[in-house]
Design a protein around this ligand. Structure first.
Ligand code: IPE
Ligand code: IPE
Ligand code: MG
Length: 253
């Protein structure tokens, strides 16, 4: 586990592993991790942030180019207000405490999700970290915060329809590329793998459009327990998958 002042991480991909360009993670099970240890749910979220730090380091070490993490969904507002505000506080603290180390490690940060409904000071912080890391050329860390795929697609439809009504685009010219470019994830390739921890096997409104051909990997451990061994196991699982995209794939039969 790296301290705040850890040295730069050198990329060192393991032999025989297939490295995804883009890894998506549904970081689930913080509450159950805490409950199993007789702790408060909030303690699980704190440990979850440590797991996130670790996974950022594994991605750098193994040469993953994009890491998208689901940290708060549009539907998570349904939780008790004190849990919601704790999670928001954690995000702020993570950004403030880790920014310098992320910059040192050449990480570019992008935050996707609805800005509407967020406090102006939080929006300023988000803009600031994106701006301060905009010129970094290493891992792109995409934090899905206040994110819901259906809301994202709805926003995209609204803006495309507005452009069509204003005569800026011809509806007949709208294709899949147009829609991809209207999403928060424009300029980010689709995820090769989506991991969900905690044994749940659903997407819960994460990257629905972008995951059309992602390899889904469900692992039993809760997010705070997800370590380098878990990470390598996911890469091994991915290496065994045959991505066919509707065609015949590597085997050809
Ligand atoms: C994931 O852990 C973190 C968020 C959704 C913010 P949970 O808080 O969902 O943990 P469980 O699923 O209740 O165990
Ligand atoms: C998905 O987890 C959202 C995040 C990990 C941020 P949830 O715990 O909210 O999902 P459900 O409610 O079990 O589907
Ligand atoms: Mg959950």
């Amino acid at each position: 586990m790296a301290s705040e002042n850890a040295a730069k991480i050198d990329p060192a991909p393991g032999p025989g592993l297939r490295i995804p360009v883009h890894l998506g993670v549904i970081m689930d099970g913080n509450g159950r991790w805490a409950k199993a240890k007789g702790k408060r749910r909030t303690e699980g979220h704190v440990q979850g942030v440590q797991s996130l730090r670790n996974v950022v380091e594994y991605c750098i070490k193994f040469g993953v180019s994009y890491l998208t993490v689901f940290s708060f969904s549009s539907e998570n507002w349904a939780r008790p207000a004190d849990e919601v505000s704790f999670i928001f506080g954690l995000l702020r603290r993570f950004v403030v405490s880790d920014l310098q180390r992320l910059i040192r490690n050449n990480v570019r940060i992008k935050i996707i999700g609805a800005r509407k409904g967020l406090e102006p000071s939080l929006i300023r912080l988000i803009d600031e970290v994106e701006a301060k890391t905009a010129n970094n050329t290493g891992l792109v860390l995409v934090v899905a915060f206040n994110y819901g795929a259906r809301a994202e697609i709805t926003d995209a439809v609204r803006s495309l329809v507005a452009d069509a009504v204003a005569g800026k685009i011809d509806p007949a010219s709208i294709d899949e590329e147009t829609i991809s470019r209207a999403l928060y994830t424009r300029e980010i390739p689709d995820p090769d793998i989506i991991i969900r921890t905690s044994g749940e096997q659903r997407l819960s409104n994460f990257l629905l459009w972008q995951s059309a051909y992602s390899e889904l990997v469900f692992v039993p451990e809760n997010w705070p327990d997800f370590d380098e061994t878990s990470f390598v196991r996911v890469l091994e699982t991915y290496a065994m998958r045959d991505r066919r995209y509707g065609g015949l794939g590597a085997g050809g039969s």
